[in-house]
Ligand binder design. Structure first.
Ligand SMILES: CC(C)(COP(=O)(O)OP(=O)(O)OC[C@H]1O[C@@H](n2cnc3c(N)ncnc32)[C@H](O)[C@@H]1OP(=O)(O)O)[C@@H](O)C(=O)NCCC(=O)NCCS
Length: 146
């Protein structure tokens, strides 16, 4: 498996994985915008085809993980972990020292993944999502080795 920057031909599979992974997926227009503007921190995991992706953005030296998803058939094989690790490395190369993300409170499997990578719960986000679901703000400081 290879982890690399997204290419134009990958975007269709990213839409598919996003739509099959989330009840409220990002609008393709937003994904397209992220692809256009934040390509260096939009990564895909590739094994014959795109099997997962992560989207990050950097705002004033703060990293933000916008989306992470792995094709259902390839889950629990550390693809998600490797995508986050690679993005954290890129963030670090670009001088980022603090990373944040929002996750649904009931998405305990994603929280577990992030906690294993050193993220901590920074804040509860009541009714954060459009359907009224609560979220959690998770953060990690990047010092030393990722
Ligand atoms: C969350 C997601 C990205 C995880 O990807 P993945 O490649 O399967 O994750 P990994 O194999 O790297 O798992 C790392 C750790 O996370 C935890 N984890 C991941 N999936 C889990 C599950 N289904 N149940 C319990 N723990 C889980 C485990 O601690 C796991 O380590 P282990 O396998 O050694 O026990 C994937 O399940 C997914 O795409 N879900 C739908 C979209 C989503 O929720 N994205 C996150 C939005 S914030």
């Amino acid at each position: 498996m290879d982890i690399r920057e997204i290419k134009p031909e990958d975007i269709k599979r990213v839409f598919e994985i996003e739509f099959s992974s989330f009840n409220a997926p990002y609008d393709p227009l937003i994904l397209n915008y992220l692809y256009e503007v934040h390509r260096k921190t939009f990564l895909v995991a590739y094994e014959n085809d795109v099997i997962g992706y992560i989207i990050g953005i950097i705002d004033r030296l703060e990293g933000h993980i916008i989306s992470l998803a792995v094709d259902e058939d390839f889950r629990r094989k550390k693809v998600g972990t490797l995508l986050v690790k690679r993005l954290l490395e890129i963030f670090k190369e670009k001088g980022v020292n603090k990373v944040k993300l929002e996750v649904r409170k009931r998405n305990t499997k994603a929280q577990k993944l992030y906690k294993k990578l050193g993220f901590f719960e920074a804040k509860e986000l009541p009714m954060y999502y459009e359907n009224g679901e609560d979220g959690i703000l998770m953060m990690k400081y990047l010092e030393g080795k990722v």
